[in-house]
Design a protein around this ligand. Structure first.
Ligand code: 13P
Ligand code: SF4
Length: 349
């Protein structure tokens, strides 16, 4: 097994030789050993915008997960190529909505509601889902602009279908004043609509998907923190369940979490409900505050963690040798439609 110093030197060597021809974006959930090499660090919205503006970069080696690399490919030019250091770096949430299920759902929802629905999808989805949404007049959203985008959607149609994260959809719609009994859940496995109130009143249809990392923050974790540290503020990502968000003090995207803690005075104390690598980084970068994970066992995103020094070194060296591996290339037709969904968001974000 290669030691870390050696791998770091190999990575630096390629970075030096390629200069600005290489762009290396890193998502906040990436390991420290990878993030140290990132040319830009950000949440999914920032990384999507940055990828679109790297005109000098010929190669974008994306340190994040598959859907983010697809988005970078869609937004970059023909001459730019996007690589993912480990093809197994997927996202279990994005995998919860496939295009066949979505087309079936759309047909059935049309039978119930006619042409009154606009589809929206969290960027944590495959390019095919983004293309479906784009073709049907809808847009993508991220956790930092979901409220703005849902409001926009209601200026277009009476109802929305929100893919694939029911929690981000529910939490955001609830904050906009939509009562829970006007939200229904589409179950793609059972192919049925689950609702409590009357069906005509349904305004938001939530796809039954979730993040397997954020679902590990529970009401019990909140109760434990409240009991152990009565003065501690609880801040969570909106991919957490409605119940957890309800009982927390603040909910926000990764960027919102970082800036809330950055701006807090020394001596503040926080329990943070988001991915482990980011929580650890926030702890190290704010030594004057008391910060813990909302779930004491810490919650890693296993697929984000697949990108490590070894994969990064291998990926960069294959690129430098002129034999690049793990190219992410979205089919041209899908990219065209998906870009419409992304552009509708970027234009308003
Ligand atoms: P943001 O980066 O948009 O906050 O999303 C978090 C996430 O789960 C990325 O996969
Ligand atoms: Fe997907 Fe959740 Fe991991 Fe984000 S944290 S990449 S939503 S599984």
């Amino acid at each position: 097994k290669m030691n870390a110093d050696e791998l770091e030197e190999r990575i630096n060597k390629v970075k030096r030789s390629m200069g600005r021809k290489l762009f290396l974006p890193g998502h906040h959930y990436q390991k420290d050993e990878v993030i140290q090499f990132a040319d830009a660090r950000g949440d999914s919205l920032k990384l999507a915008q940055l990828s679109a503006s790297q005109h000098e970069a010929e190669a974008i080696v994306f340190c994040g997960v598959h859907f983010m690399a697809e988005t970078a490919d869609i937004l970059s030019t023909e001459d730019q190529h996007v690589y993912l250091p480990d093809m197994r770096a997927g996202c279990s949430m994005a995998d919860m909505a496939n295009i066949t299920q979505t087309e079936k759902a759309w047909q059935q929802l049309f039978d119930i509601f006619d042409d009154t629905i606009l589809p929206l999808t969290y960027v944590n989805s495959t390019a095919a889902i983004k293309a479906f949404v784009g073709k049907n007049g809808g847009a993508t959203v991220t956790s930092s602009n979901a409220a703005k985008m849902i409001q926009w959607a209601f200026s277009q149609k009476q109802r929305i279908l929100f893919l694939p994260d029911q929690h981000l959809g529910r939490n955001t719609a609830y904050d906009l004043g939509i009562p829970l009994d006007q939200m229904a859940v589409w179950d793609p496995i059972m192919e049925e609509l689950i609702h409590e109130g009357s069906i005509e009143d349904v305004k938001v249809i939530l796809w039954k998907g979730h993040c397997s990392v954020h679902e590990n923050f529970t009401v019990r974790n909140v109760q434990q923190v409240r009991a152990d540290y009565p003065d501690m503020k609880i801040i969570v990502h909106p991919e957490c369940s409605r119940e957890v968000v309800e009982l927390s003090d603040v909910a926000g995207s990764t960027n919102a979490i970082i800036s809330a803690i950055d701006q807090a005075p020394a001596g503040s104390s926080w329990a943070v409900g988001t991915e482990m690598n980011l929580v650890n980084r926030i702890i190290h970068e704010n030594p004057d505050q008391h910060i813990i994970s909302l779930n004491p066992s810490m919650c890693p995103c296993l697929t984000m963690n697949r990108i490590d020094l070894q994969h990064l070194a291998w990926s960069l060296e294959s690129l430098a040798a002129g034999e690049p591996t793990n190219l992410i290339k979205v089919d041209a037709g899908i990219a065209h439609d998906a870009k419409q969904a992304l552009t509708r968001m970027l234009y308003r974000a």
